[in-house]
Design a protein around this ligand. Structure first.
Ligand code: FES
Length: 159
């Protein structure tokens, strides 16, 4: 990996600009998610493009993707030079389905929080309509309507 000093950042500069703690950056490096070079004095120097990898890591974590999923995705990018737009595009295409599923799940959660989610609590008035006697439990554990099961059709009510 070669770069001019202008394109190289210390771990402190990377931490300040990325918002990640130096310990987290060292952890990501140990996991092979980011790469640095060493000065003759043994100090880590990171190429500036590491900031985009770190931004990608924190965004992916914020939407609930695992470190392994992130590592698998970043493995699609060249480790020793700034990824091209095409490289990022390949990565995002590979994630399209995963992110779409995540969006559907988040929308389902957003829309379901004011009504019965089929979890067995029977604590909302809508539970009597959508999950009488906790019939949702027949389909398995967890919040069945959040997990994708359809609640029974009930006539429109003022609930
Ligand atoms: S919200 Fe829990 S059973 Fe309805």
């Amino acid at each position: 990996m070669t770069a001019d000093r202008g394109d190289l950042l210390t771990i402190g500069e990377v931490a300040t600009r990325s918002g990640h703690a130096p310990s987290a950056i060292r952890f990501y490096e140990a996991e092979g998610l980011v790469h640095s070079m060493r000065t003759p004095g043994g100090h880590r120097m990171f190429p500036r493009y590491v900031l985009r990898r770190l931004a990608f890591i924190s965004s992916a974590q914020r939407v609930g993707l695992s470190l392994q999923e992130i590592a698998d995705a970043l493995a699609m990018l060249p480790p020793d030079r700034a990824p091209t737009k095409a490289a990022w595009s390949r990565l995002s295409t590979s994630w399209q389905r995963r992110l779409d599923d995540q969006i559907v799940e988040l929308e389902r959660l957003r829309d379901a929080l004011t009504t019965c989610i089929g979890c067995g609590c029977l604590s909302l008035r809508t539970c009597g309509l959508f999950n009488p006697g906790d019939e949702a439990a027949h389909a398995g554990a967890g919040p069945r309507y959040l997990l994708g099961d359809d609640p029974p059709d009930v006539p429109d009510q003022d609930v």
